[in-house]
Ligand binder design. Structure first.
Ligand SMILES: Cc1ncc(COP(=O)(O)O)c(C=O)c1O
Length: 330
């Protein structure tokens, strides 16, 4: 299977917001967009996106995981950027139509069809630094993806960053390109200097998240993760793991914690990253102040594995979907 995110289905869904209203959405052959060089997005970063997956079950039908929660998060992102907000029916309808159109291209689990709704500001005005984009284009790309854990789960190494933030107070929970641009420099530095896979951003000691995933501590009976606030992205995988953890008898502690607590905890707690791409990926090692700290014995732990399996069993239809997280297509 090709590298994640580099192969696309040959049709996508697209809709435009112009003259104060959303125009009808269409499924079109995937092709370059014609955009005026003065488009707001190029200059003032009016853009947000989503990332989630559709799975194909043994019965041949596709199921989209937590579609309406991702639509709601996209609406929240668009509103926070003062962009035209797509209504639920429009965006969910575009996702459903594009999945139905491309359903033959969905690999069997643990592969999936990765879904990428994207909203960009297309107002032609390079003098609109302090004005919102009142024109926009919304599209949904789809990309077949393979098993993230092919060859087994490799425990990740994280650099603990106690100064730099990956975002700002007002945009931390917005899924917008600028946040990834801000995180890129620190991530590349951490790779080069320490061979780290990712950076765990903990500005002022507050353990937040990595560049593209949420962070959890997991013992035999407790899951600890930062409580929701505006400083970080509210992952749908994070929420799913917490709900499944409750079902499995874990105490769920959503609370703030510091680097000091983190470094103490990892002698007895597993650590893991949650996100759509990797579901729940084990962390084997932290780097802080130039020192490497092992998470328990540095190997993937049984609790993260148990929770990941519980999530993947629902996504692939092995376990019942008691919370209606899946939207069946066709
Ligand atoms: C910054 C950031 N945090 C967390 C997540 C995890 O979110 P989700 O579980 O909804 O995929 C992502 C990835 O989507 C992300 O980019």
């Amino acid at each position: 299977m090709a590298q994640f995110g580099t192969v696309f289905c040959d049709h996508f869904a697209i809709a435009r917001f112009t003259n104060g209203a959303w125009q009808e959405a269409a499924i079109e052959p995937l092709a370059p967009l014609a955009l005026h060089p003065a488009s707001h997005v190029f200059h003032y970063a009016s853009t947000c996106f989503e990332g989630f997956k559709a799975y194909r079950w043994d019965d041949g039908k596709a199921r989209i995981f937590r579609l309406y929660d991702h639509v709601a998060r996209m609406q929240k992102s668009a509103a926070s950027l003062h962009m035209p907000v797509p209504d639920v029916d429009l965006l969910a309808g575009m996702v459903i139509d594009v999945v139905a159109h491309n359903s033959d291209d969905i690999p069997a689990p643990p592969g999936a069809l990765y879904l990428r709704p994207t909203l960009i500001g297309t107002l032609q005005n390079i003098g609109a630094a302090a004005a919102p984009s009142t024109e926009a284009t919304l599209f949904v790309l789809t990309s077949p993806v393979g098993d993230y854990f092919e060859g087994g789960a490799r425990p990740l190494k994280l650099l603990v960053e106690d100064q730099k933030a990956r975002s700002t107070e007002q945009l931390g929970s917005t899924k917008t390109g600028g946040n990834y641009a801000a995180a890129l420099g620190p991530i590349l530095d951490a790779k080069e200097k320490y061979g780290a896979d990712q950076v765990l951003f903990c500005p002022g000691g507050d353990v937040q998240e990595t560049g593209a995933a949420n962070f959890l501590l997991i013992s035999d009976d407790e899951i600890i993760t930062k409580a929701l606030d505006t400083s970080f992205l509210h992952g749908i995988t994070r929420d799913s793991i917490l709900r499944l953890g409750e079902d499995l008898g874990y105490k769920v502690s959503e609370r703030d914690f510091t680097i000091d607590e983190l470094l103490q905890a990892v002698s007895t707690y597993e650590a893991a990253l949650s996100g759509t791409a990797a579901s729940l990926a084990p962390v084997g090692c932290l780097v802080y102040n130039g020192e490497e700290i092992r998470v328990i014995d540095g190997k993937p732990g049984p609790n993260a594995e148990k929770l990941r399996r519980a999530l993947q069993d629902i996504q692939s239809g092995v376990a019942p979907d008691t919370r209606n997280w899946l939207t069946e297509i066709g």
